[in-house]
Design a protein around this ligand. Structure first.
Ligand code: G6P
Length: 613
């Protein structure tokens, strides 16, 4: 949450900072600000609301001269979204400027101490405390790096910081603990950022900083220090993906672009891991002996990643005959779950930095469980900490509502399932081969869910239903998991109250909410359960619900006998069917969101990576 960027070079800094922030808005968009060293003073411009407000205020950055500075895009935690609470924050005497991503847990105590020492505060933020604490030590030592070190030693919590000192022109200091931060090497210029897309236009050579790292740099030099303040070498990595991956490329929104990228992304996740007709997971070290003694698998995650876990329960249990429990990371971390060496904890996270998920991972490790992370962002905290990691390789996902990351996480679940089932002998060779065959065609079948015909049909249904106040998603087995994700998509980007239920559970309470015109999205793709779900559909129709059916081609004629509004998707192996079923629900949420005039890519109050509890 919150994005930070820093530039130090010979070009005008503000336009570069604004450009960087535009790639980080997915991290928060309550306000944006920049601070640039301009004519010997720290000049700040900041504005509540979207980056566009700041952009207009400073003429795209042209209005502020100066060749180095820091920028920030905020997701409010301490203090309401307002101009005054926006970053960068300048210390009381105006000598220190700070941008911050994270949370300072002991900021109240520090603030009280600083007030007693004569510092004045203007905002409600924890970040202003950091700026003043550094300035306090700077006043004492007249040594910028030393002041930063002393101040940081007193901070409790998480932080990625970009810091400027008015008295030390041409130098910037960055510090990282538990919030992501990268350093980018340019020619005669250097960068810091929360994420690669912010600086990819300027450099591909980056260092993913470790926790505890401090970087002191000018435009021509850089020194890295570790958590013990010892000088260290940090070996740069070359980013091998292109900036176009983080741009809209002609699409109206990132979300629709990312929906359409799913075939490619899923193929990129699956095909390198199938060799000679078998799943090969080079990245993991799960021995046969370990798997044979495995008593339980937890799948721990938040949001859509958790719904992948809910699907994973059905998929893994069916094929591997091992008990699987999906659990929200925010619950897992405090629930004292029973686990030990014979427990595998699958951690799923697109960003690899979700606070609850990271804490759950640490909890699992503390109890001696083996941890396997499914992560998209390379070099992220969760990827670094887990015993094993399988990257989804979905490329950057910018829209706050996940689509391609979800689909690639699900693809990894299939691969893990086949890997474990084969190792412990719970799957017949014929079945294994049938799934592999369909896995290799999955990308093509996802493409068939994205044809202009299907899109037009969904747009038509979106036009029919976009004014509803409430929606219910019902389905059984894996369709129930897909309903959870479809329902979340609708509520998060179209602001429609929506709930997902196991279809059989409806009559135990929620059916009392069904009235004339309530929208029910019924998902029925599981052959053996089709008729059961249809019975539930009839129950809600009898009470006045409008039903939109999602099914597979083979059921199209049958379902139309009960429901006129139907979208059907191609059929694949039942284990893989969720990868196709989810696509029309993503498109439905997208089109409803557009029709309701919502901000598709940046829905209100949300952020893509949630680094607070
Ligand atoms: C936020 C995002 C969701 C995401 C969830 C978990 O709520 O808006 O799209 O599913 O966090 O994020 P993670 O990065 O851990 O998958």
């Amino acid at each position: 949450m919150c994005g930070i960027v820093g530039y130090l070079g010979s070009r005008q800094a503000s336009p570069i900072l604004l450009d960087g922030l535009s790639k980080l808005e997915y991290r928060g968009y309550d306000s944006a600000g920049v601070c640039v060293m301009s004519d010997g003073v720290l000049k700040v411009a900041k504005a509540k609301g979207r980056l566009a407000n700041l952009f207009g205020m400073i003429d795209g950055g042209k209005a502020i001269t100066g060749t180095y500075g820091i920028g920030h895009t905020r997701w409010a935690t301490h203090g309401a979204p307002s101009d005054i609470n926006s970053h960068p924050h300048i210390a009381d005497a105006g000598r220190i400027a700070v941008v911050h991503n994270g949370i300072i847990e002991n900021y109240i105590k520090l603030k009280e101490e600083l007030i007693l020492k004569g510092k004045h505060f203007h905002s409600e933020t924890d970040t202003e405390v950091v700026a003043n604490l550094i300035e306090y030590y700077y006043d004492r030592f007249q040594d910028f790096p030393r002041a930063v070190r002393r101040a940081v030693a007193q901070l409790e919590g998480s932080y990625a910081l970009g810091i400027l000192c008015q008295d030390l022109p041409g130098t910037m200091i960055a510090v990282k603990k538990e919030s992501p931060l990268i350093f980018g090497f340019g020619e005669g210029e250097n960068f810091i950022a929360s994420d690669v897309p912010a600086i990819l236009k300027y450099t591909r050579k980056v260092v993913y900083l470790n926790d505890g790292d401090t970087v002191i740099f000018t435009k021509d030099s850089v020194r890295f220090y570790d958590a013990f303040n010892d000088p260290v070498e940090r070996v740069p990595e070359m980013i091998d993906w292109d900036i176009s991956a983080a741009e809209k490329c002609g699409y109206d929104h990132f979300m629709i672009k990312e929906i359409h990228e799913q075939p490619k992304a899923v193929k990129g996740t699956i095909s390198p891991r199938i060799r000679d007709g078998r799943v090969v997971l080079d990245d993991v070290n799960l021995t046969r002996e370990y798997l044979e003694n495995l008593k339980k698998i937890y799948i721990v995650a938040c949001g859509s990643s958790y719904y992948v876990g809910c699907l994973g329960k059905y998929i893994l249990e069916k094929a591997c005959r091992i008990p699987v429990e999906p659990i929200l990371a925010s619950e897992f971390r405090y629930a004292e779950p029973v686990m030990g060496k014979d427990t595998l904890v699958l951690i799923i996270s697109q960003s690899g930095e979700t606070a609850d998920t990271k804490a759950a991972l640490e909890e699992a490790k503390r109890h001696g469980a083996r941890t396997l992370a499914i992560v998209n962002v390379v070099g992220s905290a969760i990827a670094k900490e887990a015993d094993d990691v399988i990257y989804t390789w979905a490329g950057p996902e910018i829209a706050v509502a996940t689509t391609k990351a979800f689909s690639t996480q699900l693809s990894v679940i299939y691969l893990i399932t086949l890997h474990i089932a084969e190792m412990i002998g719970t799957i017949k060779e014929e079945e294994y081969q049938a799934i592999i065959c369909e896995l290799l065609k999955l990308d093509q079948k996802i493409s068939l869910c994205l044809t202009p015909e299907i899109t037009a049909k969904i747009r038509y249904y979106a036009e029919q239903y976009f004014k509803v106040h409430d929606a219910f998603f019902i389905g059984r087995n894996v369709d129930c998991g897909i309903c959870m994700e479809g329902s979340l998509k609708l509520k998060e980007i179209a602001y429609i109250h929506s709930e997902a239920y196991a279809a059989g559970e409806l009559k135990h309470g929620p059916i009392s909410l069904i009235e004339e015109g309530t929208l029910v999205v019924a998902v029925a793709t599981v052959d053996s359960l089709f008729e059961k779900t249809m019975s539930n559909v009839k129950e809600v129709r009898a009470r006045g619900a409008e039903v939109l059916g999602i099914t597979t081609e083979n059921f199209e004629t049958e379902i139309k006998k009960t429901i006129p509004s139907v979208v059907s998707v191609p059929k694949t192996h039942p284990m893989l069917q969720p990868s196709l079923t989810i696509v029309p629900l993503q498109l439905f949420a997208y089109h409803v969101s557009l029709l309701r005039d919502c901000d598709v890519d940046k829905p209100r109050n949300l952020a893509k990576s949630v680094t607070v509890e």
